[in-house]
Ligand binder design. Sequence first.
Ligand code: NZQ
Ligand code: ZN
Length: 383
Amino acid sequence: MNNFSYENTTKIFFGEGQISQLAQQLDKQANILFIYGGGSIKSNGVYQQVTDALKDHHVIEFSGIQANPQYDTLMQAVALIKQHNIDYLLAVGGGSVVDGTKFIAAAACYQGQDPWDILANQAEVAQALPIGCVLTLPATGSETNEGAVISRGHTKLSFMSAHVRPQIAILDPSTGFSLSKTQISNGVVDAFVHICEQYLTYPVDAKVQDRFAEGLLLTLVEEGPKALVEPTNLAVRSNIMWAATQALSGLIGVGVPHDWASHALGHQLTGFYHIDHGKSLSIILPAVMKIKREQKAQKILQLGERVFAITQGTDEQRIDATIAATEAFFKEMQMPVRLSDVGLAEKDIAPLLAELSRLHHTNLGEHGDIDLACSEIIYKQAL
Ligand code: NZQ
Ligand code: ZN
């Protein structure tokens, strides 16, 4: 196991009805900006619960954060913050709203010339406004982590800072009862792939991290399909929500190598062709597993044995069976596993490679050996 330091300071309130905690948890002296997306919270009752809890607080609203939040929209919120002397941000929605709020929090305090530098040049985030969040879509783990992914046109970039980790996160699984099947599936697969990015590399004798990761994967494999057929089963939703949070809270990623190639390649599919984040991953991860099967062999075998109960055959046969089981799980979740499943063909790959090149994303993966030529092979494998 590699050396690490670990801290996660987010205070979590988990379970049905926990939105009411906002009344006590948020300072009544604060000027709060209540940030949300395109309106799902108005039709599922979450907006009402939040406004009820904050009836004695000073609150201004900012709505319209898109899925894959756009820089220009976020900068409008930054202007509002300066105008109204806002000193606390409350994000209510999915990962896009939480990520967008993280960028707003950092940009509002940024002393440099252009806040885009936080993303484009990884400019230091020296301070940020405090954030609380109410999560309505289990998927990204953004609710307790330091990361955010922001889009500008078709460019998707991320930044990380301890200053933007939410101070509180309200996780009420029943808020997800209004999710469409496709959003449920996107979330389950995103969480599954987050675990793989931190697990499916090479062994470093990190037994705790491995077994936590396998427990989370097993939970998603068991509960994900149930969520599609029992849309209001609170126990199922609770297990998925907690698994998605822990998939990218930082805990399973300490002291182990990380991959993140599927995300880097997937982000280009979202940026150029508007493929949902989760679907970009269900297409790319199997291709990464196939192309990197030798380097990842030991962990693919371990995944096969401990998550999919694949114990028979030669190593090569078990690796094939594990990749097939991963694809079968994605298909069971009604997700695409090939570029052709979302109407993309070989001619669509060139812009993705050009963007990877422009962003200098030319040394991806746990060994830093996924260069442009290898990325092309992976995209072609995914056709
Ligand atoms: O905007 P509204 O109206 O709220 O609708 C949203 C949106 O259209 C809807 N939705 C959310 N909760 C709902 C709901 N609809 C009905 N009922 C509910 N309870 O779902 C749609 C998608 O929401 P979005 O927030 O975009 O989804 P998700 O949580 O999957 O977030 C995706 C974004 O997170 C980034 C992705 O790149 C993408 O931009 N990621 C962030 C990470 C992080 N911060 O650590 C890691 C991830 O790998 C990921 O890259
Ligand atoms: Zn993801």
